[in-house]
Ligand binder design. Sequence first.
Ligand code: MN
Length: 334
Amino acid sequence: MTAVTPAAEIAAAVEVLDAARSVTVLCHVQPDADTIGSGLALAQVLARRGVPVRVSFAEPTELPGSMRSLPGTEYLVAPDEVPHEVDLLVAVDCGSRGRLGALADRIEGATTTLVLDHHRSNTRFGTVNLVDDAAESTTSLLARVFDSWGEPIDTAVAHCLFAGLVTDTGCFRWAGPDTHRLAERLLATGIDGAGITRTLMDTHPFGWLPMLSRVLGTARLAPEAAGGTGLVYAFVRRSDIDAMRSEEIESVIDVVRTTAEAGIAAVFKESRATPGLWTVSLRSRDSGVGANDGVDVAHVATRLGGGGHRYAAGYTTRGTAEELVAALLAELGT
Ligand code: MN
């Protein structure tokens, strides 16, 4: 997919970054490698320009284990260390201010808020918004910002950008030519692409296997959903996740979504802290790359109070297992 963000939006983003005297970068709650990779890449570029910078996310309290080897983690601070009044606030990979969790209130105290994002459902909550839903990761959007800014992408920055690229494209499964070209450029800096991918996506503790067995045992197929497109779904209950990291929980959808008989996959994940509170991952078998058919799950998730991308989206909801399924099926149309 050819990325065609208006040059003016990139120029405006570069202008505020270039003028900033100090920067606070905020990543989304339950961070993934795209938001953290974007935050740490931007922090490293600002730091080498001599600009004071901090990076934070509201929850959980610890950085997911798979991301701890990313360069730039020294710029991470706890959310209570983020002042209420900041100069330039940059939100990376956040489709709405709600994705900042408890740190969303820092927007009020910011002189300028820059939103850098690629979610189709982005609400443009910044004073300056660079939003391109054709970008396959926020890190790929950031690479264009660095190019326009004249900031070279060194090995450490490339590592962070690659982390977002490989995770948001499902290991390049739904990556277009621009993304492969960027990956080639990042790999040419000398990063270990295979090692980064293995650490982020292909490493789980042994306990993941029995967890997966229990969770996949809950899978059900609703072939009539969405006018015959079909829905496959499974439940990750609190009792399944006690010792599991977010990486193990978030990997379940990647197994469920391979079901041939269903164009849409859902995984209902119960909150560790609050029984009956669920986050829901949705996937469409249509990648949206070069094709325009299939179900836009960002649209479905937005109507259920969430958001996301055409092929990957999510929302948060409450209820019993039966109520969750009924609500989703009603939205999809049966
Ligand atoms: Mn992303």
